[in-house]
Design a protein around this ligand. Structure first.
Ligand code: DC
Length: 240
């Protein structure tokens, strides 16, 4: 039976799946799980902006006045970002200039510096180009803020995920605690709200729902319910 399912997955037409939404709304979990189940590549575009931010932090490109924009623009050609699957967990790991940074890009320090970096036009241009190259062959699930609107406007399946700020902050708090990292719920909630504001109001590629994206409010959905919904939408999209 498993062989038959794998046969059908291999022989079905491959599509592009764009999952956008607010920070910490569970986009990555749903995108990763879907990609694994249908044998697609998964790319976390937020990890790429986080990796650029980590580079800035490690190379003194943040000053009390803000980012050294000219220095960062010059350094962009030295920033190589790639992904590899962790053979044990089958989860993707982010590499920055050959170094595994999967954990270091998820700290509060990176979270609180990433929005202004992601708002720089030359950073976005470089990341979008890389993302489009990664998706050339289709068979990809990518999550982020502008995947359905800018990166893959022709994606066959677009989903826009929302959940309340409090629920999202609680999820991130639980995640950090589980990893043994220090966290304050109030600080995380403030960070979530601030990032929502910046993501929605930046001049270039602001976060917004693509006209043809399906809206998913997962505030009160279990992971299992969400998975079922997504699997049904995937089936509709590949047969559409
Ligand atoms: O999804 P995340 O929290 O890991 O994203 C990190 C930051 O990167 C967030 O502030 C928004 C930004 N981002 C973006 O501007 N465009 C994307 N496609 C993905 C993330």
């Amino acid at each position: 039976m498993k062989k038959i399912i794998i046969y059908f997955i291999i022989n079905m037409k491959k599509i592009t799946i764009a999952i956008d939404g607010y920070s910490s709304c569970g986009k990555s979990t749903m995108a990763k799980d879907l990609a694994r189940e249908v044998g697609y590549i998964y790319i976390d575009s937020g990890a790429m902006y986080r990796a650029v931010t980590l580079y800035c932090l490690e190379n003194g490109l943040f000053t009390p006045e803000g980012i050294h924009v000219a220095q960062l623009e010059e350094a962009m050609s030295n920033i190589q970002i790639s992904f590899q699957l962790n053979p044990d967990t089958q989860r993707p790991m982010t590499f920055l200039n050959g170094k595994n940074v999967e954990d270091s890009i998820r700290t509060m320090e990176v979270s609180s510096h990433v929005s202004p970096v992601a708002a720089l036009p030359f950073v976005r241009e470089a990341m979008v180009k890389l993302q489009q190259e990664m998706g050339k062959a289709k068979g990809i699930v990518m999550d982020g803020r502008d995947i359905g609107t800018v990166v893959f406007p022709d994606a066959e399946l677009k989903i826009f995920v929302v959940a309340s700020a409090e629920i999202r902050a609680q999820r991130r708090y639980d995640e950090l605690k589980a990893k043994g990292q220090e966290a304050s719920f109030e600080e995380i909630l403030a960070n979530v709200k601030e990032r929502d504001h910046i993501d929605q109001n930046r001049a270039i590629s602001p976060l917004r729902q693509a006209e043809d994206a399906l809206l998913l409010d997962n505030s009160h959905l279990t992971i299992e319910q969400q998975k079922e919904w997504l699997a049904a939408e995937f089936q509709k999209a590949i047969h559409g």
